[in-house]
Design a protein around this ligand. Sequence first.
Ligand code: ZN
Length: 310
Amino acid sequence: MSSDSLPSSVRIREVGPRDGFQNEPERIDTADKVRLIDALARTGLKRIEVASFVRPDVIPQLADGDEVLAAIDVPDDVQLQVLLPNARGLERALEVRDRFHGVGVFLSGSESHNRANINRSVEESLTGLEALIPRVREAGLRCAATVSVAFGCPYEGEVPRERVFGIVDRLVAAGAQEIGFGDTTGMANPLQVRGYFAEALQRFPDVELTAHFHNTRGQGLANVLAALEAGVTSFESSFGELGGCPVPKGATGNIASEDLISMLHEMGVDTGVSLDALIDAARMVQEVLGRPLGSHTIVAGPVAWGERVA
Ligand code: ZN
């Protein structure tokens, strides 16, 4: 059932342990985090974002990043990424440099969201990243930079593509090897996404382009298909559909990794991930959090073509 118009395989970065846990109202026990990351790392996922070195008083949910990194036990071929808000985060991360492989940095495509989220102008953020990214690279770490609210901003509406691409130009010049485009508040639509990535892939042929969709309005997987059709081969998602965005309130839910992987496999797109093992991990996190999560496949299980239900 594979299609000529879709890539034969894609890379997926699981962001639940960072994007997801960060947005939980209660802090998850370090031991539970470790158990969940160890399970995710045995599903066939080759990229996991496991921690953030943001100030502990700002995001207490992720204050145990170094403890998590010290305790997890993941296969050698799993690439671990940590998120850095700024240069101070890099100092802390470098103390445990041998425990991860790459760094994620971020800013928003719109002025208002960047101010609301990290209390800086976009220019201030960019100037900071232009100093930070070379230091990340000098430490021998891979650098992925994400532009949040790249498709639309709840405060400003449309974020002009040219503005986002101008930001990307500077991130790439500073040394970013991967650029993420975040639909942080779930405003993108498939038609927009297809045109967006068709242009981005032409304009930035030498860096990896990653799509990061949220399912805030139920359009996350439709956007994935549009991105695939445009030629995108790198995605981020979160087990259990965990995650969201601190601002504005209600901007919930990354696309669920198990829903994403189910859809990809049904279309003949390889991910290297065992869907059964991933569903087990998603059910584990559901148990830890003690409430039903947004993922569909966690409830329905994998598509079973052999079964006929009347
Ligand atoms: Zn997200």
